[in-house]
Design a protein around this ligand. Sequence first.
Ligand code: GLV
Ligand code: GLV
Length: 323
Amino acid sequence: ARPRVWVSQPLFDDIVARLDRYFEVAATHAVADHSPAAIARALREADGALVTLNDPVGAAEIAQASRLRAVANVGVGYNNLDVAALQARGIVATNTPDVLTETTADFGFALMMAAARRITEAERWLRDGQWRGWAFHSLLGAEIHGTTLGILGMGRIGQGIARRAGGFGMRVLYHNRSRLPEAIENECRAAYVDYETLFAQADHVVLVLPYSAQNHHRIDAATLARMKPTATLTNIARGGLIDEAALADALASGRLAAAGLDVFEGEPQVDPRLLALRNVVLTPHIASGSLATRRAMVSLAVDNLIAALGFGPEAGKPPNVIS
Ligand code: GLV
Ligand code: GLV
């Protein structure tokens, strides 16, 4: 019998159809049920799975998945996977780096600019009919060009944002678990600083680091208190990095000028206090969301799954194994 794979939610049918050549495909065509019980049930019958960041896959979900050999995540972040639990069972896990780097960096820059220049707040004001003539004093934002950008997490996406910042004449500081090779620092024109210095000196901070239990609520009240009151904070990584209650306090009190958030701790729920604030730009986790990039992510995940299950041109050597 051919191996069975499970596709956890509707993706792009023409791309997912490439799986039909090798596998029996059980696809979820309706709105997906991402509950642990539903995932466990689907995985019980599967040799491989194509999942998204909505799907938690950990020890409980794979407990009865005796045939499971590969889990291909459609996304670069993989905090939805318990990689240690998968590895302990010899299940290969893969993600989709590289293909989304530039698109996601574009969006991070756009969100930072929207927060600094109050673009969505201004549009709401206009749509509400409050514009009574050129408003000299209203909606004055923060400068972007010539300011200092702080990037927390200097992986591929962080480097992409740094390169963009060069075009805006920004000074770029970064903090990362490990310092980058000098050649990359030079190419990005980015200077390594410690965590405290990053938050204290930056006019705009962008978060692009992977999320794990170790950095849960890393951006807490103490971190926010270090920031300039004129600064902005943009998060395109994972919501759990920020203590949202502390952020709402800082934004409400004027302790922090503005924020741009594409990710939230309780997605798709958004803290009502954030929803009520004017000085935060809120988007529904769309940073990698250009059509071309979302298609490339699915295509890469399909390639990974085919290869991880021992088929196709890269049989046994999936390009993006999470180690
Ligand atoms: C999206 O958030 C991703 O990790 O690809
Ligand atoms: C994170 O994984 C990145 O690529 O920046």
